[in-house]
Design a protein around this ligand. Structure first.
Ligand SMILES: O=C(O)CCC(=O)C(=O)O
Ligand SMILES: [Fe+2]
Ligand SMILES: [Zn+2]
Length: 271
């Protein structure tokens, strides 16, 4: 998560849950199937039900068969249903002082049995499995028009610029995934040309463009904007869009974070 240039509450910043008896955290996987750490600082206990990623297909089939859409609604799980559908699960009690490590892609449900406080944050495991799982969910989210909060593409570019984990399986996956990002950077520039939207280096922008920005059109698949950010100076409510959503008019300028030459050079030097 150190390669994520922005602060994301509950993800790379600690989040706190204050609970009364019977309080429930509904079923979910973490954003982009990151792992997470959870410490119960008591005094009460929590009961957890977890389904490890190796069984994710079974739980997702169960949810689909029962018209439960985790992106759109909250849901609790019935242990009898898990048993009846042959879905393996882990159930355990987290006492005061116990630390739970929620693995990659693990669906989990948490119930407090007394008054207690939990602190938690996400952990991006620095390995190929985490990255591959996160990348699949990233694309799945885009397909579902669901916003991916963890800015995976900028994080991978930061890894490339810093030479993180060079020579490993992780680096090989980063490089494979960034081929399409590199192509997209060029396609975005071509789109700007076709739409006759001027492209200016981001360093020259008079607007403060956040390090990690999303297109403000809610109808957009809203992948994290990386290299090209369109700004409409007359749209105060939603000035930032992707180049595809940018209107063709003279109020729009596209700001480019890195030159194609720099990106290609960093890309070539990383393996
Ligand atoms: O403490 C809780 O109720 C659940 C927190 C959680 O979802 C997590 O740590 O990933
Ligand atoms: Fe969680
Ligand atoms: Zn857009």
């Amino acid at each position: 998560m150190e390669y994520c240039d922005t602060s994301l509450p509950g993800i790379n910043e600690v989040q706190m849950y204050l609970k009364s008896p019977g309080g429930r955290t509904p079923g979910h996987v973490e954003n982009q199937v990151m792992a997470s750490i959870n410490l119960n600082i008591g005094p009460g206990d929590c009961t957890w039900i977890c389904i490890p990623m190796m069984h994710i297909a079974k739980i997702e089939k169960y949810l689909r068969d029962n018209s439960i859409f985790p992106y759109a609604s909250t849901f609790w799980i019935n242990e009898e249903d898990l048993k009846a559908n042959g879905i393996p699960y882990q159930k355990f009690v987290q006492k005061k002082g116990d630390l739970v490590y929620v693995g990659i892609g693990t669906y989990h449900w948490v119930q407090s049995n007394g008054y207690c406080a939990n602190v938690s944050w996400n952990v991006a495991q620095m390995d190929a499995v985490q990255l591959m799982a996160s990348a699949i969910i990233h694309d799945h989210n885009a397909e579902q028009r669901y916003t991916s909060i963890v800015p995976l593409v900028p994080m991978m570019w930061n890894m490339v610029m810093e030479g993180e984990s060079k020579g490993t399986e992780l680096a090989r996956i980063v490089k494979k995934l960034l081929v399409s990002s590199l192509a997209k950077c060029q396609i975005e520039l071509d789109t700007a040309t076709v739409k006759k939207i001027p492209v200016v280096p981001m360093a020259d922008s008079i607007y403060s463009i956040p390090q990690v920005a999303l297109c403000s059109r809610m109808t957009c698949p809203r992948p994290t904007l990386f290299n090209l950010v369109a700004v409409n100076k007359n749209d105060e409510a939603a000035p930032i869009t992707c180049i595809d959503c940018a209107h063709v008019n003279s109020d729009v300028t596209a700001y480019q974070r890195y030159s194609m030459n720099d990106l290609v050079e960093w890309f070539d030097a990383y393996h």
